[in-house]
Design a protein around this ligand. Structure first.
Ligand code: GLU
Length: 551
């Protein structure tokens, strides 16, 4: 005769070690005094996706914008995917993007540990409780048995997984379980899913998308794996409960798991948090919108933005733009406000396909760099080069004065050319000014790319060289006098003059002849300022070198 399952006995067999009671845990992790608690819960895979930063920033702003708490929890239940140094990468990425956490592995906090692998005992407390209440059961099926079932299901066109008639250990007797344990068989603890019908539907509520009907969970999913480590689904339910999370803002890819998660909260007797699934970041690729892909798109990795020299503030500002449709109009009315003063609302977040547009980011980055003082910009550039272009950092330090003056040319004046888009633009820009880089710049240019006849160019340069030390010292007078010199070489001063005919060239050609010699290329900062920054000696030397080259 089969014996009824004795759950107390089962619990003693499966959880032989002393663990706390639920009541003890409820006291250890009391209700928090703030109404909004959010978290960022990445896995330490060594890759920080820009979509992760989007979700983290949304979570942080949602809580902090309402006087709440935001913490970081590392979800390392899948040890196979874990990469050394990944936690540091996550923490440093958050801090580089200015996303402050109130609690984390390094900050600490009362609701820790903040790494799931250190919370094993907590999961066991609730796993044992589910077992005692008949809501979980040990399953001794081997991997081979499971894959046999899968093959059978495939052949029959049935849904894959352990459910319904396939959950053979769901109602096993205490005796059968004891035998399996005595035989040292591995087990996983499975959820006794209240729904056994694959076609069941459920209505869920998402804070961004509202009411949604979707397929309910019907699987007896594992709660604890063979090694006693919980699955992500179970761990997050226990953690979000004990850590008193009120709102879960996470990527859209978790939406299909929501019915299962709600079942788990219900089974454990927890009040579920409110869920908000943020839209996947998309890009336009040859006219089509598609998901930003970790393997195809370098910009999926946050390191891309740091390496290219996007200031973190610009990336943040950009992310704010795609958070909530109210941000852009708000920003237009409050151009000087910090983005933190905008309190964004979940229902205004995009429901699908938030477009990640690098061109828009470029223009925000450009605007941000243009708003910095000369000192701030120089320091930012130096800091960036120290990490990503040490050779240039060394030069910028050695030639600090000239680098600083060069970067500052015409900035923050009426003539401000707003020349920097990203911090890495500094290399090309300084190649006009720094001797070692200037050589490389010059050599990269075709030798006879002169707009005027080489002989005429040489004469122009010889004349300019002779006059250089006597040219006026204010920009307006300087340009008048340079134009005079160009006239003496028969240069048309306007397009109309040029069309009349009879000129050897245009003033622009004359100026380009000087620019090629002095700045080593066709694009350069304002020539007057460039000469002033380079100094007389260096300018003379460059002109002379060019004369020799043309000669
Ligand atoms: N650990 C999950 C991830 O890496 C987090 C999902 C969640 O936030 O609940 O995406």
């Amino acid at each position: 005769m089969t014996q009824p399952t004795n759950r107390d006995e089962l619990a003693k067999m499966l959880f032989p070690h002393a663990i706390p009671t639920i009541q003890e845990l409820e006291i250890r992790y009391p209700a928090r005094s703030v109404p909004f608690v959010t978290r960022f819960a990445p896995s330490p895979t060594g890759f920080m996706h820009i979509g992760g930063v989007y979700a983290a920033l949304a979570s942080e702003r949602f809580a902090h914008g309402r006087g709440g708490i935001f913490f970081l929890r590392i979800e390392d239940t899948d040890k196979k995917r874990e990469v050394a140094g990944a936690i540091d990468l996550i923490e440093s990425s958050l801090s580089r993007f200015g996303i402050p956490v109130d609690e984390s592995v390094s900050v600490g906090g009362k609701y820790g540990p903040y790494v799931q692998s250190e919370r094993r005992e907590l999961y066991h407390v609730f796993a044992r409780d589910l077992l005692l209440r008949g809501l979980a059961y040990p399953c001794f099926m081997t991997e081979d048995e499971i894959s046999e079932i899968r093959t059978q299901q495939e052949a029959m066109g049935a849904f894959p997984g352990i459910y319904g008639e396939y959950s053979v250990w769901r109602d096993a007797t205490t005796e059968a379980v004891r035998e399996a344990i005595d035989a040292n068989k591995d087990w996983v603890l499975r959820f006794r899913c209240p729904n056994r019908r694959p076609d069941a539907r459920v209505v869920v509520h998402d804070e961004i998308r509202g009411k949604m009907e979707m397929g309910d969970n019907f699987l007896d999913i594992p709660l604890l794996k063979r090694d006693g480590i919980p699955t992500y689904h179970f761990a997050h339910a226990v953690d979000d409960h004990l850590m008193r999370v009120t709102h879960v803002l996470r990527a859209e890819e978790w939406l299909p798991s929501l019915p299962l998660h709600l079942q788990l909260f219900e089974a454990c007797g927890f009040e579920p948090p409110k869920y908000a699934h943020t839209a996947q970041l998309m890009k336009t690729d040859e006219g089509n919108k598609r998901k930003l892909s970790k393997s195809k798109d370098p910009e999926a990795n946050v390191e891309y933005f740091f390496e290219r020299g996007y200031p973190a503030e610009a990336v943040r500002e950009y992310l704010f733009n795609i958070f909530d449709s109210g941000y852009e109009p708000w920003r237009a009315e409050n151009p000087d406000a910090t983005p933190e003063s905008y309190v964004f609302e979940l229902p205004k977040m995009p429901r699908s396909g938030a477009l990640f547009d690098l061109k828009k980011l470029d223009s925000i980055s450009h605007g941000f760099l243009s708003s910095l003082s000369n000192d701030e910009l120089f320091e930012r550039m130096l800091e960036w080069t120290k990490r990503y272009d040490p050779e240039l950092a060394e030069m910028m330090t050695r030639y600090r004065d000239i680098s600083f003056s060069a970067i500052s040319i015409q900035r923050l004046t009426d003539k401000d050319p707003k020349k920097f888009r990203i911090l890495s633009d500094v290399r090309d820009y300084l190649s006009v000014f720094l001797p070692a880089l200037f050589e490389v710049r010059k050599n990269a240019r075709p030798s006879l790319d002169t707009p005027l006849d080489p002989d005429l160019s040489r004469q122009i340069l010889e004349d300019f060289l002779g006059a250089l030390s006597t040219l006026p010292g204010t920009p307006d007078e300087w340009i008048v006098s340079v134009r005079e010199r160009s006239k003496s070489f028969g240069m048309a001063q306007t397009n109309a003059e040029w069309k009349e005919g009879g000129h050897a060239g245009k003033f622009a050609d004359y100026a380009m002849t000087l620019r090629l010699a002095i700045a080593g290329g066709t694009a350069s900062p304002d020539l007057f300022e460039t000469i002033r920054t380079l100094g007389l000696d260096e300018t003379q030397k460059r002109i002379q070198d060019r004369i020799n080259e043309l000669g």
